[in-house]
Design a protein around this ligand. Sequence first.
Ligand SMILES: Cc1cc2nc3c(=O)[nH]c(=O)nc-3n(C[C@H](O)[C@H](O)[C@H](O)COP(=O)(O)O)c2cc1C
Length: 444
Amino acid sequence: MNGATRKMKLGAFCGGSYHQAGWRHPDADNAFGQDFAPWVELAHRLEAAKFDMMFIADTASPGDAENPDVFRYSAGGDNFEPMTLLAALSAHTTHLGLAATIATSYRPPYDAAREILSLDRISGGRVGWNIVTGISPDDAAQYADQNFVPQEQRYARGEEFVDVVLKLWDSVQPGAFPRDKEGGAYKDLDRIHLIRHAGEHYRVRGPLKGAPSPQGRPVLIQAGQSEEGRAMASRVAEAIFTAQSTFEQARAFRDDIRARAVAWGRNPDHVKVMPGALVVLGETREEAQARWAELDTRIDLRAAQARLQLALKAYDLSGHDLDAPFPDVPPESVVSRGRHHVEAAKREGLTLRQVLIRSSASNAHFAVIGTVKDVADELAHWFENGACDGFNIMPAVNPTSFEEFIEKVVPELQNRGLFRTEYEGTTLRDNLEAPNAPIPLSKA
Ligand SMILES: Cc1cc2nc3c(=O)[nH]c(=O)nc-3n(C[C@H](O)[C@H](O)[C@H](O)COP(=O)(O)O)c2cc1C
């Protein structure tokens, strides 16, 4: 597609304030955990603004439940279950994509395949599944028969999980249910088949119970930073959520993903890379910076430390002086986004306190702070120079950051011809320009 017509894809990271202290801001509405009405209002706003999708991140368990101080001071834990929430929201929307996370490490793939496909039909083909393996040991603790396994094993299982889901979705083809009243055949057995999957982790017979997707197949999204995450994302993902804090990192990430997709025999344009962007606006740059700095003063360092600790595995931060230089954590102790924080600390000589504040503020995502023009310039720069195909907009303060973005930045992007003014189609796949091309299986 040529540069003149290529449009940004926009997702909205929904569910709460992304800045760790955002929920304590006077403007924050913290009722999203227990009330449905604010969700409907937000979905209407996002749809009116022509967002590609709303995305609901999820872990099965509230985090840090066995650490009372951290548990007390961390936002979250009162969230709706995403699939039921999206099913309800689908009845209030017509074009907005509806995406949520289901992790691959604990629940069986058959259940995931069936729930996602069912929601895809209910919504008329607007569903995206965010595939993660799940970084939190709290999740494993909710499933009595499961242990928290190391990352490589989680991904090995995850790769097979996705294979099973793809096979199940494929097991019921369009036309599978002719429901021929005259002839008496309800099903066409040329279009519905057993899958007989027998792998290392799963044995699933198939076929799936359900009718085929209105968009060919629900859209596959992946969010993971590691080597294993990239390997999976480049094989299966049609959209990738990623944390990239600088233009150079983002461009290198996208280049890498596109090269890997080509190696899988895929068209790299079918993989939309959508880094997170936390946008903080001001009438002037100074005002925007002051709003950002004010949020930082509300960060709870205990909760921040617990979250960072998750990405440092056995390396124990407790007892480390907040104002001493960040410790020299060996690379083999660092997982996922922790790598970003450890490298930044070393590069810039940060203290533990500074790392905690930074990681809580944007958690390695792109923080775009400035006037409407500054923000539009930055987003355009990333988009036009190969760093992304769009953004996952994260609200520093929920939902006011979305309201400001929709009111001020979206029209600016539209005026510049960078974002749609009408939906192109009715399915998420249509709008995302992600054709229903074959996805290679990890194992034949
Ligand atoms: C925008 C974005 C959204 C994410 N959403 C989730 C989520 O909903 N649930 C989850 O367990 N992990 C989510 N992750 C992924 C984790 O942060 C983490 O990267 C992953 O579970 C571990 O894989 P990795 O080591 O390959 O990064 C998300 C990541 C990004 C960038």
